[in-house]
Design a protein around this ligand. Structure first.
Ligand code: PEP
Ligand code: MN
Length: 379
């Protein structure tokens, strides 16, 4: 059975509460982008210890897009991470990208591993990691691939799961897209939601640091993640963010992270309040009715498009008249705006409507005259 663009498979997992002990509130993973020195790691843990953090993170091996960037201290930093975690009673987490990383991290006793966005894109790398994880009980989180590809994300999870890892989750860190954006990696929430729909049993942890690339936007994105019912946050926190050797602009101090977490509103997915449930039910019925009307209007529009196509075909006129399309789009966007809808929203909507209309007209133009569908004759 296919759902969306990706085949849905069942993953054999254990619930997050069983591996993390966290229930009814978001799981928080925080720490510096990278381990830079023993003192920096220790200082990070010391100051995060007072903040409600469940796992202390630090990048040991950094997959950098460009070779001149700081690539992490490597194996030498593993004992720093583990010692800092022990000292301050924090479980530890790091990114692994090869079988050797997995072995080294487990050997030193790191408590949680994640696969980075640049690794998830490569099934060979993911398989190598999966093979190294066989028989391991530590939780493993899979970051979304840099490209907006749900199949790759799910595929990575399946590979890890087939290796027997059952304490699984994903990290939503936004996607690299060609168009300019105010985000470093636009969140494309629809993909996180679709992932959640296909795999409701897998916890989704949002990483507002890599989504925004800017510390002043972290609070908002973290709140949006919780408003969507996602399960936790991974936030980069550094004792001296401006001096960080990597991702300086997006890191916050441990104290600022504390404030961000304190300001978050954790909403419940449901409430048992009868008044609330009745009001919600009534509003949902209205939405259902409006959606049914919308679909009927779209179907009606398509019938008219078909008549236009018949008409053009008989008169040997091309499917697309650019001037008409420009005028139509301009009119609809202006109308939408006057109704309080966003211009970009209206434009995207009409691009979809028009694309399907051109496609359907093309189909009709290609038909033999005798193949004309009954009932679709001239009006
Ligand atoms: C990170 O978490 O430090 C990291 C490198 O993130 P990503 O894989 O999302 O780019
Ligand atoms: Mn980083």
């Amino acid at each position: 059975m296919l759902a969306g663009k990706v085949g849905v498979t069942t993953l054999e997992t254990i619930p997050m509460v069983r591996w993390s002990g966290i229930e009814g509130r978001p799981l928080v993973i925080a720490g510096p982008c990278a381990a830079e020195s023993e003192a920096q790691v220790m200082e990070s843990a010391r100051r995060l210890h007072g903040v409600r953090v469940d796992y202390f993170r630090a990048g040991i091996w950094k997959a950098r897009t460009r070779p001149a960037a700081f690539e992490g201290m490597g194996d030498v930093a593993l004992p720093w991470l583990v010692a800092a975690g022990r000292e301050y009673g924090l479980r530890t987490a790091t990114e692994v990208a090869t079988a050797a990383h997995v072995e080294a991290a487990l050997h030193h006793g790191v408590d949680l591993l994640w696969i980075g966005a640049r690794t998830t894109v490569n099934p060979f790398s993911v398989q190598e990691i999966a093979d190294a994880l066989r028989g391991v009980t530590v939780p493993v989180l899979v970051k979304n691939p840099t490209s907006p590809d749900l199949g790759l994300w799910t595929g990575a999870l399946e590979r890890i799961n087939r290796a027997g890892v059952r304490a699984l989750g994903v990290i939503h860190r936004g996607f690299a897209v060609a168009s300019k954006s105010r985000f470093r990696n636009p969140p494309m929430w629809e993909l996180a939601i679709e992932f959640r729909r296909q795999h409701p049993e897998i916890p989704v942890i949002t990483d507002p640091s890599h989504i925004t690339g800017r510390r002043d936007m972290i609070q908002d994105i973290a709140q949006q993640a919780l408003d969507l019912g996602l399960d936790g946050l991974m936030v980069e926190a550094h004792p001296n963010p401006d001096q960080a050797w990597s991702d300086a602009a997006q890191q916050v101090t441990p104290e600022r992270l504390g404030e961000i977490l304190d300001h978050l509103k954790v909403r419940r997915e449901t409430s048992v309040d009868a008044g609330f449930l009745a009001a919600l039910e009534a509003l949902r019925e209205r939405i259902d009715r409006i959606d049914h009307d919308l679909l009927e209007a779209l179907a009606l529009r398509m019938r008219v498009v078909e008549e236009i196509a018949d008409c053009k075909r008989e008169n040997n006129v091309s499917t697309l008249q650019l001037s008409r399309w420009s005028a139509l789009l301009e009119d609809r966007v202006a109308r939408a705006e006057s109704l309080g809808l966003g211009a970009d929203y209206a434009r995207e909507l009409y691009e979809i409507i028009h694309r399907e209309s051109v496609r359907r007209q093309g189909e009709i133009m290609a038909e033999e005259p005798s193949a004309q569908a009954p009932g679709r004759g001239k009006a």
